[in-house]
Ligand binder design. Structure first.
Ligand SMILES: Nc1ncnc2c1ncn2[C@@H]1O[C@H](COP(=O)(O)OP(=O)(O)OP(=O)(O)O)[C@@H](O)[C@H]1O
Ligand SMILES: [Mg+2]
Length: 339
């Protein structure tokens, strides 16, 4: 039986931009993460992924909804409980340049969370622990006294991972940990994260915009568009049977190694610009770019519904009993082409 470690319900995070303008960075996101799994959160730039991560961590106050971690409401913790919570959940930040203090040595960067939490007061033990962490992420003791700028992007990301591991957390939010890296280095960092997960029984929320990479690492995947979760299911199911027109468009953009399939499949090009989260479309936020948009899509926000077992989608195409007839049949090359 899966144990739900993190539960997010109808989470909203709005930013007040002044002059009466409200930016809806996250507007209705519901999902859970099971203990020990990797949940991938994908969607194009600006759709609200980082804001979801930061709001889960309590780095942003929520506008509405709930974040429940291990039975505790994260946004209702007092100072002492928050302090404890940070020993359980850590974040690897999107930009390793910005998140590592350039004036601190690698040793200081990694030891800082331990000092804040009063772990390893003995300096020798602290250094041993730092070296152990460096070795766990594929670096070594010679790196401890160097500064972040002396490292490559991939190495810097390893330092960020070592720092996130310093408090021995159970849950890690990894915000695009590989996006800034070369493809060959990406695979190394993904393998490192997978190995650490196995060894330490970690649970991951893995944020990315590259679907092919997310598939390799995730057990289940949630797809976001303009602050909304639009589809959620097991990784294989999302690739073999994407239901939301936005997911289908994303999938159709991933090249397929088999040239026979690659040549015949449809590529869905989304028309129009991504709308602004300050003035999102009424009803379904995707309707302005959706090839199947109907009248109801402008009038009503689609419900978040379980269309197949463990397969959730927010789309009017799947409303009611007649939905089977409405389903878009799109050949995006995931299955053999039928004539
Ligand atoms: N602190 C903030 N104040 C105001 N607006 C913000 C803030 N943080 C994010 N936003 C806005 O919220 C929206 C979602 O941003 P977010 O950084 O969560 O997107 P993202 O999906 O992580 O994008 P990317 O893939 O580029 O990292 C964007 O329109 C962004 O401009
Ligand atoms: Mg981001």
């Amino acid at each position: 039986m899966d144990e739900k470690l993190l539960q997010i319900s109808e989470l909203r995070k709005y930013f007040n931009m002044g002059k009466g303008q409200i930016l809806k960075a996250v507007d209705d996101v519901t999902f859970h993460v099971n203990k020990g799994e990797t949940f991938g959160l994908v969607g194009e730039s600006g759709c609200g992924k980082t804001t979801v991560g930061r709001t889960i961590m309590g780095l942003y106050d929520k506008t509405a909804g709930d974040v429940i971690y291990n039975g505790q409401n994260v946004h209702e913790l007092d100072e002492k409980e928050t302090f404890k919570f940070y020993r359980q959940m850590q974040m690897i930040f999107q930009d390793p340049y910005a998140s590592l203090n350039p004036r601190s040595t690698v040793k200081e960067v990694i030891a800082e969370p331990m000092e804040v939490h009063g772990l390893y007061p003995d300096k020798k033990e602290q250094l041993d622990r730092v070296i152990q962490l460096l070795e766990e992420v594929g670096l070594n003791r010679d790196h401890a006294n160097r500064y972040p700028h002396e490292f490559s992007g991939g190495q810097r990301q390893r330092i960020g991972i070592a720092r996130a591991l310093a408090l021995d957390p159970d849950f890690i939010i990894a915000d695009e940990p590989i996006s800034a890296l070369d493809v060959s280095v990406q695979a190394q960092v993904v393998n490192l994260l997978k190995r650490l997960q196995k060894e330490k029984g970690l649970t991951f929320l893995f944020i990315a915009h590259d679907l092919s990479m997310v598939k390799q690492i995730s057990d289940r995947i949630g797809v976001m568009y303009l602050g909304n979760m639009v589809e959620l299911t097991a990784s294989d199911s999302l690739y073999e049977n994407p239901l939301h027109p936005y997911t289908q468009a994303l999938m159709s953009a991933i090249p397929i190694p088999d040239p026979d399939i690659e040549d015949t499949r449809e590529r869905i090009i989304l028309e129009g610009e991504l709308p602004s989260p300050i003035d999102p479309p009424s009803g379904c936020v995707f309707r302005t770019r959706c090839p199947y948009a109907m009248d109801v899509c402008a009038a009503k926000q689609p419900k978040w519904q379980e269309v197949e077992k463990d397969h959730y989608v927010a789309c009017h195409l799947y409303d009611g009993s007649s939905s089977e007839n409405n389903r878009p049949e799109v050949n995006i090359g995931k299955k053999p082409v039928q004539s």
